[in-house]
Design a protein around this ligand. Structure first.
Ligand SMILES: [Cu+2]
Length: 308
């Protein structure tokens, strides 16, 4: 079973004037602590650090696309799991270095190996060239493979494959990705949402600018998607739900949650319990923000196959 969120890097989509690109990236691309659980990758137009830290699976950090900073940090701090009838759990699964198995020996098309537990490989799917960085973890009865796929033409796909049963019942895995966008640096980032039925509010048909922290859900009927952009340059990142990402439910009521950067929350592992979701900080207007952490949730449903 797998699930995905597609993020498309794109330039200048919204009605915005183009200014000279002022790169602020060097202010924010601080050096990474050196340990065996981290490294650096240059591949095609991409340059990023990676790390296994804070129970958040495989993270990418200081992500540059064509020499422009787009993401300060992106990881998967938790996978919440709910079993039908509470047959087991609920669980809040976190993947740390100790969960990782020696996967690299199984890693085919190996292009950039990283020690024994982090696999990087590149391959073509049709005419698109991809780099994938992933780790293979075991937690209880689960086998999990979280990965990031980055394409030469600007897609990032956070992925999670999983197998295994903790209890003989249908259940849903909810992976949460936490993405701290710093498009062209941390200053002046904005978040927009698109719905096909929204009248023009001045940003082009369908677009609405978020002016406070909020929680949102996906809506395929209106082709809902999000766009994080750097206001001065208009450069930005699309957040496009994948076709099999599922829907929010009573256990997991939010799909997308833009938040102001708040170091005490961002610099530590996932601080929440199995049943408590997201942050309840007071809302604040943002036009100019120091970074924009955004959380994205999908539902990965595992249904038992009935004996025949
Ligand atoms: Cu499962």
């Amino acid at each position: 079973m797998k699930t995905s969120l597609m993020i498309r890097l794109m330039q200048h989509v919204l009605a915005a004037r183009r200014f000279a690109v002022v790169l602020l990236v060097f202010l924010f691309a601080g050096s990474l602590p050196v340990s065996g659980h981290s490294g650096h990758t240059d591949w095609g137009p991409w340059s990023f650090d990676w790390e296994v830290k804070d129970g958040a699976g495989i993270a990418i950090r200081n992500v540059y696309y064509k020499h422009e900073l787009v993401i300060y940090k992106a990881n998967m701090p938790v996978i919440r799991v709910r079993y039908d009838g509470n047959a087991s759990g609920p669980w809040a699964d976190r993947i740390d270095w100790g969960n990782l198995q020696n996967y690299v020996s199984l890693c085919t098309s190996l292009t950039y190996g990283c020690g024994t537990k982090v696999c990087q490989k590149s391959y073509w799917i049709g005419s698109r060239h991809w780099l994938e960085i992933g780790v293979y973890a075991t937690l209880g009865s689960y086998r999990l493979y979280p990965a990031w796929q980055l394409s030469e033409d600007g897609y990032i796909m956070p992925r999670l494959w999983s197998a295994g049963l903790q209890a003989p019942a249908n259940h849903v895995h909810h992976p949460y990705w936490r993405i701290d966008f710093d498009v062209n640096g941390a200053a002046s980032d904005q978040v927009f949402v698109y719905d096909s039925i929204r009248p023009n509010e001045g940003w082009g048909p369908g677009w609405h600018k978020y002016t406070q922290e909020l929680n949102a859900v996906k809506n395929p009927l209106t082709n809902r998607r999000w766009y994080v952009r750097d206001n001065p340059t208009g450069h930005g990142v699309w957040i496009i739900p994948g076709p099999n990402d599922g829907f929010a439910d009573l256990f997991s009521t939010k799909d997308v949650a833009p938040r102001l950067y708040h170091y005490p929350d961002e610099g530590v592992p996932w601080p929440f319990s199995r049943t408590y979701l997201m942050q309840r900080r007071t809302t604040a207007a943002y036009g100019i923000t120091p970074g924009l952490p955004l959380r994205y949730n999908v539902e990965l449903r595992h249904t038992l196959r009935l004996p025949v």
